[in-house]
Design a protein around this ligand. Structure first.
Ligand SMILES: CC(C)(COP(=O)(O)OP(=O)(O)OC[C@H]1O[C@@H](n2cnc3c(N)ncnc32)[C@H](O)[C@@H]1OP(=O)(O)O)[C@@H](O)C(=O)NCCC(=O)NCCSC(=O)Cc1ccccc1
Length: 124
């Protein structure tokens, strides 16, 4: 995923039940007053969530995000943003993934729930 790489998203762990990733705070990723931009948070969540969805696809299928909703609980002004994604629903046509975002102190920063279309492959 070139955009994720350009943004600085790092993947730490990935299997079908749990995917972990992170994004380091950087001035160029901020909106006003040194606060990490909401789009940067959503980029990390979507990237980690998409990997989670991909790992839950039937053989030969691909996926695309078709819906995504994020709550922002707390601003991030330094350190590293952490993401943990888990599948909520793995259907034949839709996979739904929930991603928790937290800061270096383990405080909840945000929550994303996204829907991923299942395209092609053997849907059973
Ligand atoms: C501040 C508030 C909005 C409301 O607080 P609540 O939920 O009612 O909870 P609570 O009162 O418990 O306070 C929690 C913590 O907040 C602190 N705090 C409180 N008031 C203020 C204040 N006026 N200013 C600063 N900080 C304040 C407070 O001290 C506490 O910290 P502490 O425990 O003391 O260390 C919080 O939910 C928040 O910061 N959310 C994240 C927003 C964010 O970063 N968005 C992304 C960037 S926007 C963007 O890019 C747009 C976009 C989006 C999408 C795509 C593209 C673009």
């Amino acid at each position: 995923m070139p955009f994720a790489r350009t943004t600085g998203v790092q993947l730490a762990e990935a299997d079908a039940s749990l995917v972990r990733g992170s994004l380091a705070w950087a001035p160029e990723l901020c909106t006003a007053m040194g606060v990490l931009h909401g789009g940067a948070l959503m980029t990390l969540a979507d990237s980690v969530g998409a990997v989670c969805a991909f790992l839950n696809l039937p053989p030969g299928a691909t996926t695309s995000t078709v819906e995504s909703k994020t709550n922002f609980f707390r601003a991030v002004r330094s350190g590293t943003l952490h993401a943990v994604a888990r599948p909520l629903h793995t259907g034949g046509s839709i996979v739904v993934v929930q991603t928790e975002l937290s800061d270096d102190d383990g405080r909840a920063v945000g929550m994303t729930v996204q829907s991923q279309a299942v395209r092609g492959g053997d849907r059973g």
